[in-house]
Ligand binder design. Structure first.
Ligand code: SF4
Length: 448
């Protein structure tokens, strides 16, 4: 049974020192009890209390890692139902499906796509993480051969999929050092697959036909000493799978129901044969609350929107993405090139820099730290006004790089032009476009 806030409070130091970021030990205990704080936030808990509070301090949804090294995927560890309460922690992984009945050419093509499909967006690299190898031939050596090929030709995590423990064992022999996800324990193979998970120390998925049976299986597994579990509720209709995701998370967070306190795996690839519908279904599980999302194939036009959606859902809604303050050189500028300035909201930066690149006009772009706020919001908050912009322009040494002293400010900050001319003697302040899309035309008319 999980501990109540009062029970946890009894084991805390009761000094109300506030170092955990909460005003009192009691308030911290209450947060701990609801999974909204971590015990490590209090530096003064005794070792004895730590042991006692271990269960209460454990995240209500266990974090599980698939794979090794830099590209290992960590899923689970979530503590909230809604991202406005607290950010979601660990984005779901996307897996491409390979069957051991596919011919070599098709397998090679898919592995190549898995490697090639990666994108830069707002300074981040977006890419999928997993390759799921499914046994459809029933041939253990064929399955092991494909698992080995994936290991040799990709740095992604691996999912080994079969109901047959012998086939899984062969796959594990080929790639156990990559810590693949074993899929799956069912009621019919529970003992053998549990033994494999223990022998190779790999995470294991558990599949059942409903949540009650799933809970029974996870209880058996945890009692047998297997902790790294991923849940498959067995549903293959969108509606039922969606309901299951919500129920699983809700049971783990609200009821502290440990048998369902694990990340999930979902199979949009088995819910439709239409690739575009499949992508739409996957997008539902990015938002609620897939841990691993298995797709029948990867195509750039459907994978990219999913990667962007995932990035957006798993950013902290209370902290806008920001770009580093500084001078950015675009299209090889020289001493006659225009100087534009804008805020460090990442989206603003990428739109403005993208438009400058498109214009092909060599340009200096000054990025002022506005704590990730867009131009208008930063201006309204006093973070993009004359007496903040001017010290930055002076300090950043842009005046040594250009012969002219003309500074183009965003149209939305036009009200600051007078103040800037006062604060930056010798500079001419020009009002640039309001919209990023008008920047190329503006720059083409530029004269130093
Ligand atoms: Fe209490 Fe520990 Fe928080 Fe200090 S850091 S207020 S001792 S819970």
């Amino acid at each position: 049974m999980p501990l109540t806030g009062i029970e946890i409070f009894k084991s805390l130091p009761k000094t109300n020192c506030k170092e955990c970021g909460v005003p009192t030990c009691l308030a911290f205990a209450m947060k701990l009890a609801t999974g909204k704080a971590e015990l490590s936030a209090c530096p003064y808990v005794s070792e004895e209390a730590k042991e006692k509070l271990a269960e209460a301090a454990a995240p209500p949804i266990r974090p599980v890692t698939i794979g090794v090294g830099d590209r290992a995927l960590k899923v689970g560890g979530e503590t909230v139902m809604f991202r406005h309460d607290k950010r979601f922690e660990n984005p779901p992984g996307f897996a491409i499906l390979l069957s051991d009945t596919m011919d070599e050419t098709e397998i090679d093509r898919r592995l190549e796509r898995f490697k090639q499909l990666e994108y830069e967006r707002v300074g981040l690299t977006l890419r999928p993480e997993l390759v799921a190898v499914k046994s459809e031939s029933g041939d253990a050596s064929r399955f092991a051969g494909v698992a080995d090929k994936v290991k040799q030709n990709s740095d992604g995590g691996i999912i080994l999929m079969s109901d047959n423990p012998d086939v899984l064992a062969a796959g594990l022999k080929a790639c156990a050092d990559q810590k693949p996800l074993i899929y799956a324990v069912t009621k019919d193979n529970a003992e053998q697959v549990t033994d494999l998970a223990k022998e190779y120390s790999c995470p294991v998925a558990v599949k059942a036909s409903n949540l009650e049976k799933l809970s029974q299986l996870t209880t058996e597994l945890t009692e047998a000493g297997v902790k790294d579990i991923i849940l498959d509720s067995g549903s293959r209709t969108v509606r039922q799978a969606f309901e299951d995701q919500v129920l699983i998370r809700s049971a783990a967070l609200s009821k502290k129901f440990r048998p369902l306190g694990f990340p999930t795996i979902v199979f949009p690839c088995e819910m439709t044969s239409d690739p575009m519908k499949e992508a739409v279904i996957a997008s539902i599980f990015v938002a609620k609350y897939g841990g691993v999302i298995v797709l029948s194939d990867f195509q750039g036009h459907s994978l990219f929107p999913l990667l962007v959606e995932r990035m957006n859902i798993y950013t902290d809604p209370q902290r806008p993405l920001a770009t580093t303050e500084g001078i950015y050189e675009i299209n090889n500028p020289d001493e006659n090139s225009p100087v534009l300035i804008t805020s460090n909201f990442s989206l603003t930066y990428f739109i403005v820099s993208g438009e400058i690149e498109t214009s092909k006009v060599p340009t200096y772009l000054l990025i002022k730290d506005t704590e990730g706020l867009s131009v208008m919001t930063a201006w309204a908050a006093g973070k993009f006004v004359a007496d903040v912009i001017a010290p930055f322009v002076k300090k950043c040494s842009i005046k040594d790089r250009v012969k002219h002293h003309k500074l183009v400010i965003p149209g939305y900050a036009a009200a600051e032009s007078g103040g800037l001319e006062e604060e930056l003697p010798g500079w001419e302040i020009l009002i640039g476009p309001r919209e990023g899309s008008h920047i190329p035309a503006y720059l083409k008319m530029w004269k130093p």
